[in-house]
Design a protein around this ligand. Structure first.
Ligand code: CTP
Length: 485
């Protein structure tokens, strides 16, 4: 926080203060245009916030007391670039040297009960700032010649930045009801920046949570991605739960919550376990889809939970059912139904395999895992390591050591047998050609028998042995070679 303090002490000389952030030539150009047109322009929102947080940002929002479109069109001419105008919204956007600069006329907004789309009237900078989501996002720097670089902060956003607080400029019930997406944005910023949402705002989210229903799934998922990509995603998911949003937007994840006791035996709370796994994976990988796999790896535990007096609580087959649930979860959340989904599905399906392996490592089990995991093997191992959430350090060390052995074994077998991403050494064409048959059940049976024999270690992964094996299998099926053998 020292940096913000330093900046606050020199705020009377803001030009020097914001040098590195406002010294881009484009700001001076906007300033000239504003002077020519006798309009006032301000850079506002995330860019200003990130300047104080020393986060780099290339998204620049400029608010104009007057027509944002007019200023953007002049700027586009001066920069010799294109501008995209959205007349209905009174906004315009241009791209320049990796920056995305958006212009908007300062506005007074009011919202209707059943839509995120506001009714807009022209307004002043302060009207515009009032209608923004959080005090830390309502900060503005003047781009006007008279006071270039001056910070306009009517809601004391600087002090909220310093105290790491998320607060709305207006009564939070109004801010959230105006645009319910902001409820999840508040939580996303809390997770991304490790900030605290003030109590009034938390309570208002609870009261307004059902209004999330008017927000599109795509926007919700964008925020979920950002929560997942934050340094400690659990912060966001715990807040979603605390405010009652999680149950509405992601019921399957909410269903993981809770513990049950039978005959004095309790199972762990799978929601908090899952969040720990996600936090663990966040320390080792930035891969968004690996983080989704961590979030969903135990998703079928509630539906597979059983109590057996002999063994206690079990979740048999939760990995199979979990993998089956992935397409409907992806569809419901409007996540992509493509190879990303298949990747998540594969990791959910396989996440118990390395653990089973660490108990009994046979060559054939290792070969099968290599074959089934293919390119995803390393990510799978990372997921499994993240899945160790015991509080007992000794237990954690023991499991990690076992995984080390599994990794070593995987490496040895892969070097020896090369079964990862393996292509059968005998093709379907060769089988058809050898026996003078067309595509048929027999071809599939022989191919599969060869694959199984290689994975079981009955034969080695090479053409000669596979060819010999093909002949044995074909004989069993009564096939005769074209050349009479
Ligand atoms: N804003 C708002 N309400 C929203 C979305 C945005 O008031 N639902 C305002 C905030 O002032 C915000 C600015 O518009 O700072 C720009 O929004 P956006 O680019 O979505 O977010 P940033 O704050 O820039 O943060 P990030 O880039 O991390 O999304």
């Amino acid at each position: 926080m020292q940096d913000i303090y330093e900046m606050m002490h020199t705020l009377d000389n803001p030009i020097k203060n914001t040098d590195t952030y406002l010294n881009k030539p484009v700001f001076a150009l906007i300033s000239e245009i504003a002077a020519d047109k006798n309009l006032r322009c301000y850079v506002i929102g995330g860019y200003v916030r990130d300047c104080f947080l020393k986060r780099s940002s290339n998204d620049i929002d400029v608010v104009v007391e007057g027509s944002g479109i007019e200023v953007s069109e002049c700027l586009a001419v001066r920069l010799n670039t294109d501008v995209h105008v959205f007349k209905n919204f009174g906004t315009a956007m241009l791209h320049y040297h990796g920056m995305e600069i958006e212009f908007v006329g300062a506005r007074k907004e009011s919202y209707r009960a059943n839509s995120r789309k506001p009714i807009v009237e022209d307004g002043t900078l302060e009207d515009d700032q009032k209608r923004r989501d959080f005090t830390i996002n309502a900060l503005a720097f003047s781009l006007n010649e008279r006071d270039f670089g001056h910070l306009v902060d009517p809601f004391d956003g600087i002090s909220d930045l310093q105290q790491k607080l998320i607060r709305t400029p207006l009564d939070p019930d109004i801010t959230f009801s105006d645009d319910p997406l902001r409820m999840i944005r508040a939580i996303r910023f809390a997770a991304q920046l490790n900030f605290h949402i003030v109590d009034e705002a938390i309570q208002a989210i609870g009261r307004n949570r059902h209004r999330i229903g008017i927000v599109s799934k795509e926007r919700i998922v964008d925020e979920l991605h950002k929560i997942l990509l934050s340094p400690r995603p659990s912060i966001g998911f715990k807040l979603l739960d605390k405010t009652g949003l999680l149950e509405i937007i992601f019921s399957q994840l909410h269903a993981l919550k809770g513990v049950e006791t039978s005959e004095g035996r309790q199972h762990k709370d799978n929601f908090y376990h899952t969040l720990k796994v996600v936090d663990n994976i966040a320390k080792t990988s930035d891969n968004l889809w690996l983080r989704w796999a961590a979030l969903l790896h135990d998703i079928a535990k509630p539906s597979t939970k059983r109590y057996d007096p002999q063994t206690g609580w079990t979740f048999h087959g939760h990995e199979f059912l979990g993998a089956k649930m992935i397409p409907s979860i992806f569809k419901h959340l409007k996540l992509p139904l493509n190879e990303k989904m298949k990747y998540v599905q594969k990791l959910v399906l396989l996440h118990m395999r390395p653990i089973a392996l660490s108990q009994e490592v046979t060559d054939s089990a290792v070969r099968r895992l290599l074959f089934d995991a293919g390119d995803e093997l390393e990510d799978l191992m990372m997921l499994c390591e993240a899945d160790i959430t015991s509080k007992n350090e000794e237990t954690v060390r023991k499991h990690l050591n076992n995984f080390q052995l599994v990794r070593q074994k995987l490496k040895e077998i892969e070097e020896k047998d090369a079964v990862r991403n393996f292509q059968p050494p005998v093709s379907g064409e060769l089988i058809m050609e050898t026996y003078g048959i067309g595509q048929s059940r027999e071809v599939g049976l022989i191919k599969n028998a060869i694959k199984e024999a290689i994975l079981d270690g009955v034969i080695h992964n090479n053409f000669d042995e596979a060819c010999r094996f093909m002949k044995e299998e074909a004989k069993k099926l009564g096939l005769i070679e074209k050349n009479g053998e």
